[in-house]
Design a protein around this ligand. Structure first.
Ligand code: SF4
Length: 392
């Protein structure tokens, strides 16, 4: 356990709401307090690829399955995408769509004894699938780090936050306790925790939900990771703190030049933070494109359903159109297009194609990066005539 360093707890920063206590990110702190091992956004992008164009993360035909007593859970099937440094990709879908499982695969967090994994995940040019656990441990923290959904259960209640923030830093850098604590103070200042020196030896329960999430972000960033995976990091927070955390992640992403993989079911959040969007359903990608494409003229009926489920914040109250039914069991996915039992547009596809044949994920426009997985012939026309008029 770390030595005692700070003073008494600052009572003004302990609470449950979290809005009044959050300090703005000090502008100069982002540049001055990173410590000796950090690099600038430009340096980072140049170090990986001189043109800045090569993807940092390349996922190709990834399949993740879990054999169970009831059968094989096919959590992710044939998933392909890329992500460059400095870019944010939002992965969107309901629970059970495969977004968290695929992201944990990128971190190498699945137990190889209970997981069947095929395909390729290249992180900074290194293959993750099949990498020995010891090497994976070395990769984590620097190459990629993850902010989990629930800081309450992700932070260890028995250890001070300085212990938890510096553990990975000490592992990756041969530094003294004093240097590690200095780094922790810098990181806490960076994520907007006031009186950072005095908070070092506090325990997680002495922080509010929003402040715990900031501590989680400080932990994730302490080794200056090139890829930051944020798994629904604002789900457990109230709306005001949610907005602060999103701003914080965007500011840090801009400042550090990291690639960000942002997992969410909330298209409102996507509109604020993403460059590109990947929509997943039943373990498969069903639509992929820029945030403008996906939000302004989506092609897939599932994406239409997600858009129709967002309540309007102004204007006349309108009726929401929730997606009927429930997400499919990954133990026994529906035949053909796995969305067909819930899709109100399947009648517009000739024959029984939706039930019998899985559509390919293919480009539907001149842009090869804009893809969708649906048998409908003219989805853009249907979106304009049927969906747009009833959007909130
Ligand atoms: Fe709906 Fe058929 Fe398209 Fe699937 S393939 S989303 S069932 S129209």
């Amino acid at each position: 356990m770390s030595e005692m360093w700070g003073d008494a707890v600052d009572a003004s920063t302990i609470g449950s709401g979290g809005t009044a206590e959050a300090a703005p990110i000090p502008a100069q702190a982002t540049a001055e307090s990173r410590g000796p091992n950090t690099i600038t956004r430009t340096e980072r992008i140049r170090a990986v690829d001189s043109s800045g164009d090569a993807p940092y993360l390349e996922v190709t035909n990834l399949t993740v399955a879990f054999p169970t007593a009831d059968g094989v859970v096919r959590a992710v099937q044939d998933l392909t995408y890329t992500l460059k440094l400095g870019q944010t990709l939002a992965v969107v879908g309901e629970s059970g769509s495969g977004k968290s499982v695929s992201s944990m695969a990128v971190m190498g967090l699945h137990d190889p004894k209970s997981t069947r994994m095929r395909g390729s995940i290249r992180l900074g040019g290194r293959e993750i699938v099949g990498m020995p656990q010891e090497e994976l441990r070395h990769q984590r923290g620097r190459a990629a780090a993850m902010i989990f959904q629930d800081p309450q259960s992700s932070l260890h209640p028995f250890f001070t936050i300085v212990k938890q923030i510096t553990e990975a830093y000490v592992t990756h850098n041969n530094v003294s306790t004093r240097a590690a604590r200095k780094r922790a103070v810098d990181m806490l200042g960076l994520v907007g925790i006031p009186n950072a020196v005095r908070r070092l030896d506090d325990f997680p329960h002495q922080f509010s939900g929003g402040m715990r999430q900031r501590v989680m972000i400080a932990m994730a960033l302490v080794n200056d990771p090139k890829l930051l995976i944020a798994d629904e990091p604002t789900t457990a927070l109230d709306v005001t703190v949610q907005a602060q955390i999103l701003d914080l992640i965007m500011d840090l992403q801009r400042d550090f030049g990291s690639a960000v993989l942002f997992i969410t079911h909330d298209l409102g959040v996507v509109a604020e933070i993403a460059d590109d969007v990947l929509v997943m359903y039943g373990g498969r990608a069903v639509e992929h494109g820029t945030v403008k494409d996906i939000l302004a003229s989506p092609h897939h009926p599932y994406t239409w359903g997600l858009l129709e489920s967002i309540p309007a914040v102004s204007g006349e109250p309108t009726r929401l159109h929730p997606i009927p039914g429930t997400p499919p069991s990954l133990l026994k996915l529906p035949s053909g297009c796995s969305f067909h039992p819930r899709c109100e547009f399947r009648q517009r596809v000739p024959g029984d194609l939706c039930r019998t044949e899985l559509p390919d994920l293919v480009p539907r426009t001149a842009d090869p990066g804009r893809t969708s997985r649906c048998h409908l012939a003219h989805p853009d026309e249907i979106f304009a005539t049927d969906i747009l008029p009833r959007l909130p």
